[in-house]
Design a protein around this ligand. Structure first.
Ligand code: ATP
Length: 738
């Protein structure tokens, strides 16, 4: 036994709390019409989660709440129903020995659900019960007058009812759930796909950009390599060029400076040649002076010769006279001389002095007498000799003069000659120097232009270094260690051209450092990868959902068909039991629908073609057909059955279904109302049999049915319009039921 108790409070006519304990396999609820028995069945529906208020005979949730019956009845604001299950066999999929479900409805139409006192969602209740093969509007609660509902239903509804009764609802529920999930999954797939589609062009664009960036990175790498070698070579080249020009220039400059000096000297010499005329004049002057000197000298020479002749003549006469003198004794004295001596003697003071004077006079005249002529000649000779000395001195002087002048002359001459020579040399030199200077200047100019070119190249080198630093980073500055071998300079130019080409390609790419693009690309790619994974996951889950649905379909199909077989066996049995023979069965059929042929147009209809040619049959939905064949009657088909026969048929089917897949409990609200006494007994037997499989709660007026119950509850309604419950005995029940 699963059902333990039901507690009703404020629900419909049950104003106050009322409780039913289901201690027996069959419990009956009896009472007069309108006392509130069906409200008990509805209380079951309510607590099991029924959402159709209509099926509980109300319009709004509020209708389920006791609204005061009579004049003194007081309204309540909430209706609650609690059902308690014995869960020791884990009929419900929760790990509790006992499970209570409670539902409360408020006047504002809000509902609350509880499992063992904890608030839960309706969904939780529905799932829990589906697992236990019970549910709100299920097959196991047959409301009053609803027994033949299955007979009235169409084939599809019947199928649903049978599926429900066979416990396939849980699969249906799972299938619906899976379909819902599948739809959701497909929706998600669509949105993921659309997200992927959305980002695809951007990703494509970024990929291209990244390719560009990578290309540029490659180019930069290439450029770095080229640059390093280029810089190394360029530095070596510039240094050696600088050294070369310096070396070449230095001796040339020195030589040029020397030449400058030389040319200045030569110019100075040439300048001096302007003084040459003055020198010539001087030379002429010296020549004429010499000429004069020589005339003078000739005169002196002549005089000197004359005097020398005179001297020789005098000397000869002197010699003659001296010779004559030595031979003559008498001397002649002049009176004048004697008078002069007397004059001088009278002036003397002493005789000694006069004596001396006289002695002197005598000696003189003694010689005079001999040598008057000699003395004269000697005087003449002396004068001549003096003259000669004078002339000799003059000659000496003039000789000296001449010698000096001659020297001057010769010097000047020599100078003039020399100047003439050096002028010629200087002129020659000037021309030579100028030629050499021109030559040197030409070479120096060449060097200078090379130097200027070198300066430009050095500046370009520095600029290139800076540019390289910006373009490919400081790494390219480590070019010093690059090993290089000899190559023609043109190879370096080719290298530079390659560098320029790469730079242009980098510039053209316009990607900058590319860090942003790489980052964005990675992000977008990650997002795309994430979406792809998501899509794969979704596909996997869709596949599993499909599989699950297919599984469920198969299971439902198999179990349904098996179920139908089993139900048919029971149905046949119960039917023949009820009717004392006959046949009854359920058939699974497929609806046939007429459908216009695809290739048919309206003209063919107008042309009066046969219907069959225009329409074709189409397979419709699968459903259940009920076939009955009453014994001893030629009646076939449900439409021809009487009210009682319909009741019996539906009871037979109901019981057959219940027996194949017994629910934990079944509530039958006056299912037996239309039965006569004989059939009531048969009904009673069937109930007794059914109660072996399912707990039964029977709302009835039928005495036979009551007699089968182990527990009886009487429902009464007082003047306050509120139902009351009381546990009663069979005799009482018979009375109460009336
Ligand atoms: P019968 O034997 O004729 O089928 P019953 O015993 O099954 O009768 P119910 O149909 O269960 O009787 O009860 C109907 C009674 O419940 C009516 O009298 C109705 O007025 C009362 N009732 C229904 N809803 C409410 C409510 N919200 N408040 C008060 N009374 C209500």
């Amino acid at each position: 036994m699963y059902l333990k108790s039901l507690e009703i409070s404020g629900f419909k006519s049950f104003a106050k709390k009322a409780a039913l304990n289901f201690t027996s396999p069959i419990s009956s609820i009896v009472g007069p019409n309108g006392s509130g028995k069906s409200n008990v069945a509805e209380a079951f529906r309510f607590v099991l989660g029924e959402q159709s208020i209509k099926s509980m005979r109300g319009k709004r949730g509020e209708d389920l709440i006791f609204n005061g019956g009579g004049n003194d009845g007081s309204r309540v604001n909430r209706a609650s129903v609690k059902v308690v299950f014995d869960n020791s066999k884990r009929m419900l999929n929760v790990d509790f020995e006992e499970v209570s479900l409670e539902r409360v409805v408020h006047r504002d139409n809000s509902n609350e659900y509880f499992v063992n006192g904890s608030p839960v969602r309706l969904k939780d209740i529905v799932e829990l019960l589906a697992h236990a093969h019970i549910g709100a509007s299920g097959h196991h609660i047959i409301s009053q007058g609803e027994a033949d509902r299955i007979l009235n239903a169409n084939i599809r509804e019947r199928r649903e009812m049978i599926e429900d009764a066979l416990g396939l609802k849980i699969y249906q529920y799972k299938k619906t759930e899976s379909q819902r999930k599948l739809e959701k999954t497909e929706e998600n797939m669509k949105s993921v796909e659309s997200l992927r589609r959305e980002i695809a062009p951007h990703l494509k664009f970024l990929k291209k950009q990244v390719e560009k960036v990578e290309k540029v990175q490659q180019l930069r790498e290439e450029l770095r390599g080229l640059y390093k070698e280029y810089f190394k070579r360029e530095e070596v080249y510039l240094k050696s060029e600088r050294t070369n020009t310096d070396h070449e220039k230095s001796p040339l400059s020195k030589e040029l400076a020397e030449l400058e000096k030389e040319i200045n000297e030569a110019r100075r010499i040439l300048e001096q040649s302007k003084n040459r005329d003055a020198k010539s004049d001087e030379l002429i002057a010296i020549e004429s002076a010499l000429h004069k000197i020589r005339l003078e000298k000739d005169a002196i020479m002549r005089d000197l010769g004359k005097i020398e002749g005179e001297i020789a003549a005098s000397q000869r006469s002197l010699f003659k006279e001296k010779e004559k003198q030595n031979r003559e004794e008498s001397k002649t004295i002049y009176l004048k001389d004697v008078e002069e001596v007397v004059k001088k003697a009278s002036l003397l003071e002493s005789i000694t002095e006069i004596k001396n004077l006289l002695l002197g006079f005598i000696s003189l005249h003694k010689r005079k007498e001999d040598s008057i002529n000699t003395e004269e000649t000697e005087r003449e000779l002396a004068s001549l000799r003096a003259k000669k000395i004078g002339l000799e001195t003059s000659l000496k002087e003039i000789d000296e003069h001449e010698r000096e002048k001659t020297l001057d002359y010769n010097n000047l001459r020599q100078k003039i000659e020399k100047e003439k020579d050096s002028n010629r040399d200087a002129e020659k030199n000037v021309f030579k120097i100028i030629a050499r200077q021109n030559e040197l200047r030409g070479v120096l100019n060449g060097i200078k232009s090379r130097e200027e070119k070198l300066i430009i190249e050095e500046e370009a080198f520095k600029r290139e270094l800076q540019e390289a630093y910006v373009l490919v980073g400081r790494e390219c500055m480590d070019y010093k260690d690059v090993a290089i071998s000899d190559e023609p300079r043109s190879a370096q130019h080719d290298r530079f051209r390659s560098i320029e080409k790469i730079k242009i390609r980098i510039e053209d790419s316009g990607t900058g450092s590319g860090m942003d693009i790489m980052k964005e690309h990675n992000e977008v790619e990650e997002r795309d990868a994430f979406l792809t994974r998501e899509l794969t996951d979704l596909e996997v889950s869709r596949k599993s959902m499909y599989d699950l649905i297919a599984d469920l379909d198969l299971r439902i199909d198999v179990e349904f068909k098996n179920g139908i077989l089993k139900i048919n066996a029971q149905f046949q049995e119960f039917f023949s039991l009820m009717f004392g023979g006959g046949n009854a069965s359920l058939n699974v059929i497929r609806e046939k629908r007429r459908k216009k042929k695809l290739d048919t147009d309206i003209s063919s209809v107008l042309e009066g073609q046969d219907e069959e040619e225009i329409f074709e049959e189409e397979e419709g939905e699968e459903g259940i057909e009920i076939n009955v064949n009453l014994p001893r009657k030629k009646v076939k088909g449900l439409m021809m059955l009487s009210g009682g026969e319909r009741a019996l048929t539906s009871i037979a089917l109901l019981f057959a279904v219940s027996q194949v897949n017994p629910p934990p409990f079944i509530i039958l609200d006056e299912t037996d109302a239309a039965l006569d006494e004989a059939n009531s007994r048969k009904y009673g037997d069937m109930i007794a049999n059914l109660s072996k499989y399912s707990q039964l709660i029977l709302i009835t007026h039928n005495r036979e049915t009551m007699s089968r119950a182990g527990v009886l509850y009487g429902v009464t309604m007082g003047s306050d319009g509120a139902s009351k419950l009381l546990s009663i005995q069979f005799e009482e029940a018979v009375k109460v039921a009336k």
